[in-house]
Write a protein that binds this ligand. Structure first.
Ligand SMILES: Nc1ncnc2c1ncn2[C@@H]1O[C@H](COP(=O)(O)OP(=O)(O)OP(=O)(O)O)[C@@H](O)[C@H]1O
Length: 303
């Protein structure tokens, strides 16, 4: 699939701070990617480079085939951006604000009104933004980012300050856009939230991209074990067969074994599922949190 965004060997420093070092990755249409990393890892810097707001010191960036830092970056019209801290003019209403951004993007303001409805702001559209709650400002920010049906959406910490219901709506909107072939990149600290939502994960640490791939790929690269917990009848210890990496027994008698990979998990499950002495089985693959910690530790040790 042709990449809509490609970043190759990019370095960026702010005076003495090396914000990005040799970063390379691609984003493709119809995929939601998550950019995760500690504070200061370089996420916002990457997004600003993709928007053409700053220039790289080295390497190449292409967005829809164009260099964002070039004077004539016509692909900007196809980009939607939600900044980390949305700042709007408090004196304008939500509708006026959206009309302002629509004009900047050369879009007829009236065509933007449906977006107010889509983000649940129709009732408050004619109130001044100064009276909006943080969540409402965030919704307006999203409506602004969605103006002109962008093909590439870059969202910096978009769900901070949103209540759970709104967060759900927010991801539903993103999924629709993604299914429609948009390229979506979300920078976030909310790993548990992204776990089942992002198809592709980019893990940054201190300016370096330390791992990237689908969750399944990251699990396979990390070789972190899978945790299988079993409740057994007394005396049924021999029910657990096959190679296991480690084993613990809780005070309540629950056995938790670690198996090396999917094959080890399936071998164990085949052995225990037909054994009536096994009362319950719970399986926990490494979470995005586990993978994030693993890749950060691996890089820190190597540094
Ligand atoms: N304008 C700037 N001038 C100097 N240093 C900067 C500037 N912008 C960013 N930095 C530094 O570059 C590094 C990367 O910052 P960046 O904002 O890209 O990180 P981030 O991953 O987005 O962090 P956060 O999660 O806190 O938003 C940090 O060390 C930061 O202090």
């Amino acid at each position: 699939m042709t990449a809509t965004v490609s970043v190759t060997g990019v370095d960026k420093s702010y005076r003495k701070v090396r914000a990005l070092r040799d970063v390379s990755f691609s984003l493709v249409p119809g995929r939601l990617s998550a950019l995760v990393g500690h504070n200061g890892a370089g996420k916002t810097t990457l997004i600003k480079l993709m928007l053409g707001l700053i220039r790289s010191d080295r390497g190449e960036i292409r967005v829809m085939g164009q260099d964002p830092a070039a004077g004539e970056f016509s692909a900007r019209r196809l980009l939607g951006y939600l900044p980390e801290n949305v700042a709007f003019n408090a004196a304008l209403t939500g509708r006026e604000t959206l009309a302002f951004y629509a004009r900047l993007k050369h879009i007829k303001p009236a065509s933007a009104w449906a977006l107010l409805d889509r983000v649940g702001l129709s009732d408050a559209a004619d109130r001044r933004v100064g009276t909006y709650s943080k969540g409402m400002r965030q919704r307006l920010g999203l409506a602004q980012a969605l103006l002109g049906q962008p093909r590439v959406l870059l969202l910096d910490e978009p769900t901070t300050g949103l209540d759970p219901a709104l967060r759900q709506t927010f991801y539903e909107i993103l999924n629709e856009l993604r299914d429609d072939g948009a390229t979506v990149l979300i920078s976030s600290h909310a790993l548990n939230e992204l776990e089942d939502r992002a198809e592709h994960v980019l893990i940054m640490n201190r300016g370096r991209l330390v791992a990237q791939g689908t969750l399944a790929e990251l699990r396979s690269i990390s070789q972190l074990p899978i945790r299988v917990s079993l409740d057994l009848e007394a005396g049924a210890d021999d029910a657990i067969a096959g190679p296991i990496v480690d084993e613990t027994i809780s005070a309540a008698g629950r056995r938790t074994v670690l198996v090396a990979d999917e094959k080890g998990k399936m071998d164990l499950l085949r052995a225990v599922t037909n054994d009536p002495r096994v009362k319950n089985i719970e399986i926990a693959a490494p979470t995005l949190d586990d993978l994030y910690a693993h890749f950060l530790n691996t890089q820190e040790k190597a540094a």
